[in-house]
Design a protein around this ligand. Structure first.
Ligand SMILES: [Zn+2]
Ligand SMILES: [Zn+2]
Length: 277
């Protein structure tokens, strides 16, 4: 059993390819399940903020079609692969109920929540915050992630590694930085929300600094130690990226003490043994 649980579609307007191509790629790889989680539009911005800032999500008017397309494909492909239907939802403190209301109108298997934006520093994406002091940003980021973990609206927290892929590590405060990650995983262990392992985070780790002090290694070691439940995710924005890096990433996770992964069926959590296909 293997599932890629974070895949985009052209509905978000910054991903390429048809939904069928993503599914065909997953079947060719021998995956048993593919979970689509395209970005919900930036529901927490006012109309004038929406005009000023990049909306990386599905246009509001396209949301019913996103679900209709996936429901049809789920039925058409059911002999070859299971398709689950999700959304990637930005977490902004104070807007949890708005997000929950929007989602309640659709046949959702699961929702992943992401911290792409820290309102304290403005409505930009994290990759545009590089002028800020890293420790301050990390502190605000992980505090927001902890609120997201505990709010009970989402099934999965996506790519906790996003922050260190975009904001440089502050080596002078190495201990504090590492502790923020460990502490957040400890909060996840006791929260209703599970943790996504994102292949982009794994790839960044292997490319940049694959030693024991790497944040990805710190995060996954703590996940293994605390038996935190996980999903596996490529975060594919094009069909060829489905299942990216899964084989080496799974081998690495097993070394870190992670031996299972999860999927969802209408929000019901299912646990599976973690093995390389
Ligand atoms: Zn994301
Ligand atoms: Zn994504």
């Amino acid at each position: 059993m293997l599932a890629d649980y974070h895949v985009h579609t052209a509905y978000c307007r910054h991903a390429k390819g048809s939904i069928n191509e993503y599914i065909e790629k997953a079947i060719a790889l021998g995956l048993n399940e593919i979970g689509f989680t395209d970005h919900l539009g930036r529901y927490y911005l006012t109309p004038s903020q929406k005009r000023k800032h990049w909306d990386w999500g599905i246009k509001d008017g396209d949301l019913p079609r996103y679900f209709d397309d996936l429901c049809t494909l789920k039925e058409n492909y059911k002999k070859d692969i299971r398709i689950s239907i999700g959304l990637e939802v930005d977490y902004v403190k104070g807007t949890e109920q708005t997000a929950a209301e929007i989602m309640s109108a659709y046949p959702l298997d699961y929702a992943i929540c992401s911290v792409h934006c820290l309102p304290y520093f403005g409505w930009k994406h994290i990759f545009q915050y590089s002028d800020q002091d890293p420790l301050t940003l990390f502190t605000e980021y992980f505090s927001t992630v902890k609120d997201a973990l505990n709010c009970g609206v989402f099934q999965v927290i996506a790519h906790m590694d996003l922050i260190w892929r975009y904001v440089p590590w502050d080596w002078e405060n190495d201990t504090q930085m590492s502790e923020l990650i460990r502490n957040t995983v400890q909060v996840a262990a006791k929260s209703p929300t599970i943790v996504e392992i994102n292949a982009n985070g794994y790839h960044w780790f292997t490319e940049n600094n694959p030693d024991d002090n790497n944040p990805f290694a710190i995060m996954t070691e703590e996940i293994g130690k605390r038996n935190v439940l996980i999903t596996l995710a490529s975060d594919a924005h094009e069909p060829s990226s489905v299942g990216n890096h899964f084989t080496p990433m799974i081998k690495f996770l097993k070394k870190q003490g992670v031996h299972s992964f999860c999927t969802f069926d209408k929000k019901k959590l299912l646990k599976h043994d973690l093995n390389v296909k």
